[in-house]
Structures are given as structure tokens and as C-alpha cells.
Unconditional design. Structure first.
Lengths: 427, 167
């Protein structure tokens, strides 16, 4: 009974706009005082501190930092130029360049917001100047940016792995095929639009031109190989791979290209620390609330209640998908993972769903959540850079969300899409 | 010194700390990898890295208050009429302040007990140093919350509702 009162307390505090992390802390303190008395209060600072000291989570600020360095050091525009030389001959070329360059960024960056920051100000004005409709331009940028959290590395996947107690590296491997599937789906959709509206070709394909663009982008293209090769090859852990990403992008941007913009880098580091603070305070707060929830066994009770309704695996997956899609509309993706994953994990385990498989399902749901207002971090940022109305862009974005939903369906009901590579290399 | 210039100085101060901590975290993890592959593993590498993460967390969280970057749901309050909106905004601020004042006090009081414990990998360093980030971070959070209070009130008072929250 008190368990539900505590949840009610959290919901009321969140609805009056107390930050979610603080709402969790206040509810936990009230629960601790009522059940164990004032003497239990010293556990509050101890649990908050413990909650913030998780080694795998160190990868989060480091990947944010690496993406920030990449965005401020001339790596972005070289990758975009290379993509243009590669697919500039296709109909609707700039839309294809947009998708393809995000597929490359996704292998260095783990945050969709960072992806928008990297490309939006370069590609979107170019697309508009070539006559692409504004809402379509913003929609394709916003949707393809979410590839950053599906294709490894991925910050939501790191958070999920820690919350669900599974392997970060296996999550990364499981994301490869769904990420490529979504990316090529986006390219197919853009091609269909390009033929329908007769969008322009940019340049004829030339090997010489591609070679020159490749040479210029060579060091930028080695970054994904170094980072992902290091992690998948077992040479470094995911966290160390993130540190490697920082060093490699500093070397490429600062020493090879010599384009590091220190003023912008300073802003980006501060922004990274702020994002880390906001995200990690929530992680610490959920660890505090977790102390209490474990004691009253609330997640286990929810699992029992759900399993008494149905114990068909496909039905449970369908329910969880709808649940996460709705949650993703109203919560930031990090908040959704931190709050919901610990509560639903007993259901997932009891239904015999593989935690890695489920992690990719959650990530895809939240990728869609980043595109669906009212709370849609990536879509809103893209709209504000493109100066387009959220409503128009959302309408133009529906077919792209359709592609994401198709991938979600495949991932949910064809486990080999996610677990195939994991089984080959790790099990 | 006006409140505005104090706030700007305070923000610069926290930004400086965050930059140093982020750089230290990246450098420490890289050093850990380099030393491991050169055959001289640093025993304190994991423990110090997680302490740095906790420090980035709480100093970054204090800075996030000034930048309105904490995750929340401002949409519901925005739908209220102006009178109740101001009242609710004040209640929300007081709840947040109350928690961090409590955290600062309890966090400080346990440092004395923790002073007797040492880090696992660095026995000469007391756990109290690492944990000091909790009371310090809580005090910094309270100061930030007080500094943004006028902003929050001004936003809540606007006739047409606050322009945008911090979702």
C-alpha cells in the first residue's frame, strides 16, 4: 500500500514541476522516515553517492565530450563532403547525404541531439537552397539523427545496460543490424520522394572526386574503426573506448586538421557536464528510491499482476512496446530508461525475454519518442534550428516514424535481427 | 555587487570546476588504459574514475540549476491560470530547497563518521574526501536554486504563460 502512496507522491511532485530527480529523492525520504524512522536518514547521502559511482556510466560524459570535440573541429564537414562524393549522383542527393552522414556520425557519437548539432547547420540550409521543402528538410534531419542512439555507441544503451544489469558491449553489437536497417529504410524513403517530386541530382559520379574526398576525410573515417574496433575487439572496455574517442577526436581535430575551435569547445564541455549532471542526478535518485522499492518488492508485484493477465511472450512484448511508446511521448529518453527499466525488468525476465533483445526494443521506442511531441528533444531542437513549425515538421515526419516503427516490429518479433550477431560473437 | 553580477560570477566559477573535472576524468581513464598496456596497471584507476564521475555529477547538477537543464514536466503547470501557477511554482521551489538543505545537513553530519574509513585502493585517503561532494554539491544546489528563484517567479507570473520550460 505505501508503495503506491510513494509512487503517487512522485507523480504529484513531478506534475507541479519539481525536477524528476528531486521528486524521487523527496518521495524516498518520506518513505524512509515513515517506515524506518529518522535514524535511517544517513542512508540518503550514502545511497545518492553510491548511485553516482558506476564505472560503466563514465562512458556517458566521455562520449558526450568526444561528440563535442568532433562538432568543433572540422571533422563534421569533411564527413559530409565525403558522403556527397559518394551519393551525390543519386536523385534527391542532398537528402541521401543527410541520411548517410548521420549513419557515419552514429558510429562516433552516442547522442541524437549531438548529431543534430553536428550536421543541421550545414546540411539544412543547403537542402533548402536547392528547393527541398522546409518541413521535409527538418523531418529527414531529425529522424536520421536518431540513428545515433541505435547504431553503436549509444548513450541510452549504456544507461539501459547499467539499469538492467546486462553487457554494454552486447547491447552495442545488437544495435548494428537494426541501425543499418533503419538507415537504409530512410534512404529508400528519400529515394521514393525524390522520384515522386523530381528532386535534383548534385553531381555526376567521379572516382577521382571520391578519392580526393576520401583522402580529406581519411582521419575522420578512422575514428569509428578505432573506437568500435577497440570495444568490439575486446582491447578496451566500453568506458575506455569512450576515452579513446576523446583522445582520437582531439588528435584528428587538433593535430591533423588543426581546426579545433577552443571557444566553442569550452561551451561544449560545459554543456556536456550539465547534461551529465542532469542525467546522473536522476540515476543517483533512482538508486535511492530503489532501496525502498526493493524492500517493498513493488517491481515483483507489478510483474505478478501483469503475468496474471497474460503469459504469452508476444502479448507481453506488445504491451511493453505500447507502454514505452506512450512514455516516450512524455518523458526524456534518459528519464524513461532510469525510471521504467528497473520496474519492468522482473516482467521481462519472468516472460523469458532476453535482456539484450529487450534493450534494443526500449532504445527504438525511445528513438521514436524523441520524434513525437510534446516531449521530443531531437525534433524540437531541429525545428528551432530550421525555424520550421513543429506541427508541419511532425506531419512531414510521419513516414520516417513509419520506418522506425517497421524496424521496431522486426526487432520485437524477429529476435535474430538483434541477437544474431550477439550469438555469433559472444555466446 | 549586484545580484546579476554575483550570479554570473557564480556560474563562471561552477563552469570552471566542471571543465577541470571533465578533463581530469578523460585524462584519468586514458592514463589507466596506457598504464595497463604498458604492464604497470594503476590499482587506484577504477576507484578514482568513479569518484570523479560522482563529482562531475553533483557539480554538474548544481550548474544545471542555473542553466534550467534538470529534466522535468513543466507542461501541466503551464496550463494553470496565473494565480495558482505562481502558488504552485513557489511550493515546487520550496520542496526542492527543503530537500537539498536536509541533504547538506545530513551529508555533512556523516562526514565525521566516514573520516575513519579509507579508500580501498588508496588507503592513505579518507572516504570523507570523496563523499564531501554530497554536502558541498547540496549547498551549491541551494545557492543556485535561490539565484534562479526570481526567474522562475517572473516566468510563472507572465499573463500568457511561461514561454518554454526545461523539458
Amino acid at each position: 500500500m505505501t508503495g503506491f502512496l510513494v509512487l503517487l507522491c512522485v507523480i504529484v511532485l513531478v506534475l507541479i514541476n519539481v525536477p524528476i530527480a528531486v521528486a524521487l529523492c523527496i518521495a524516498s525520504v518520506i518513505a524512509m522516515i515513515t517506515t524506518q524512522g529518522v535514524a535511517s536518514l544517513p542512508n540518503v547521502p550514502l545511497a545518492l553517492y553510491q548511485g553516482a559511482t558506476s564505472f560503466p556510466l563514465i562512458a556517458i560524459p566521455l562520449f558526450i565530450l568526444a561528440a563535442a570535440i568532433m562538432n568543433t573541429s572540422g571533422i563534421s564537414h569533411r564527413l559530409i563532403d565525403f558522403c556527397q562524393a559518394l551519393v551525390g549522383w543519386m536523385r534527391g542527393a542532398l537528402a541521401q547525404v543527410n541520411v548517410l552522414s548521420h549513419m557515419f556520425f552514429a558510429e562516433i557519437s552516442g547522442s541524437a541531439v549531438a548529431g543534430v548539432a553536428a550536421t543541421a547547420s550545414i546540411i539544412m540550409p543547403a537542402m533548402k537552397a536547392r528547393g527541398y521543402p522546409g518541413p521535409f528538410t527538418a523531418a529527414v534531419t531529425s529522424s536520421t539523427a536518431t540513428l545515433a542512439i541505435i547504431i553503436p555507441p549509444s548513450i541510452p544503451m549504456i544507461l539501459y545496460a547499467v539499469m538492467a544489469g546486462t553487457s554494454v558491449v552486447q547491447m552495442f553489437v545488437a544495435g548494428i543490424v537494426p541501425g543499418l536497417l533503419t538507415g537504409f529504410g530512410f534512404m529508400g524513403l528519400c529515394y521514393w520522394y525524390a522520384v515522386k517530386y523530381n528532386w535534383p541530382v548534385e553531381e555526376i559520379f567521379q572516382w577521382g572526386k571520391l578519392w580526393r574526398a576520401f583522402k580529406k576525410a581519411f582521419w575522420a573515417l578512422t575514428l569509428p574503426i578505432i573506437i568500435l574496433g577497440g570495444i568490439f575487439g575486446g582491447i578496451v572496455t566500453a568506458t575506455e573506448g569512450a576515452a579513446l574517442a576523446v583522445v582520437a577526436s582531439l588528435l584528428v581535430g587538433g593535430v591533423v586538421y588543426r581546426e579545433l575551435d577552443w571557444a566553442r569547445l569550452r561551451e561544449a564541455i560545459i554543456d556536456g557536464a550539465v547534461q551529465t549532471g542532469a542525467m546522473m542526478l536522476l540515476v543517483a535518485a533512482s538508486a535511492l528510491l530503489g532501496l525502498y522499492l526493493t524492500e517493498v518488492q513493488l517491481p515483483q508485484r507489478i510483474a505478478a499482476a501483469m503475468l496474471s493477465v497474460t503469459n504469452e511472450k508476444w502479448a507481453i512484448l506488445a504491451i511493453l512496446n505500447v507502454f514505452f511508446l506512450v512514455i516516450g511521448m512524455f518523458l526524456h529518453s534518459a528519464a524513461a530508461i532510469i525510471l521504467v527499466v528497473p520496474i519492468v525488468m522482473p516482467v521481462v525476465t519472468a516472460a523469458g525475454i532476453d535482456p539484450v533483445h529487450f534493450g534494443v526494443i526500449v532504445t527504438l521506442n525511445l528513438a521514436i519518442g524523441q520524434q513525437t511531441p510534446p516531449v521530443a528533444s531531437v525534433l524540437l531542437l531541429t525545428c528551432s534550428i530550421a525555424k520550421e513549425s513543429v506541427w508541419d515538421v511532425t506531419k512531414a515526419n510521419i513516414p520516417f516514424i513509419g520506418v522506425l516503427l517497421f524496424t521496431l516490429l522486426m526487432v520485437t518479433y524477429v529476435p535474430v535481427v538483434t541477437l544474431g550477431l550477439v550469438n555469433v560473437f559472444y555466446r | 555587487m549586484t545580484l546579476q553580477s554575483f550570479r554570473r560570477g557564480y556560474e563562471r566559477f561552477l563552469e570552471g570546476i566542471c571543465i577541470v573535472l571533465m578533463a581530469a576524468l578523460a585524462a584519468e581513464v586514458v592514463a589507466g588504459v596506457v598504464f595497463r598496456y604498458s604492464g604497470h596497471s594503476l590499482v587506484w584507476y577504477d576507484e578514482v574514475a568513479t569518484i570523479l564521475l560522482a563529482w562531475v555529477t553533483f557539480y554538474g547538477a548544481a550548474l544545471a540549476v542555473l542553466k534550467h537543464a534538470h529534466m522535468g514536466v513543466p507542461e501541466v503547470v503551464r496550463m494553470l491560470p496565473p494565480g495558482p501557477r505562481v502558488a504552485v511554482a513557489i511550493v515546487a521551489q520550496l520542496c526542492t530547497l527543503a530537500f537539498f538543505v536536509l541533504l547538506a545537513w545530513v551529508g555533512y553530519s556523516i562526514l565525521e563518521i566516514l573520516a575513519a574509513d579509507q579508500l580501498v585502493s588508496l588507503p592513505e585517503v579518507s572516504v570523507a574526501y570523496a563523499n564531501s561532494v554530497i554536502p558541498i554539491g547540496a549547498v551549491l544546489f541551494v545557492v543556485g536554486q535561490l539565484l534562479v528563484f526570481p526567474d522562475v517567479l517572473r516566468e510563472a507570473r507572465r499573463e500568457d504563460g511561461p514561454a518554454r520550460g526545461h523539458a
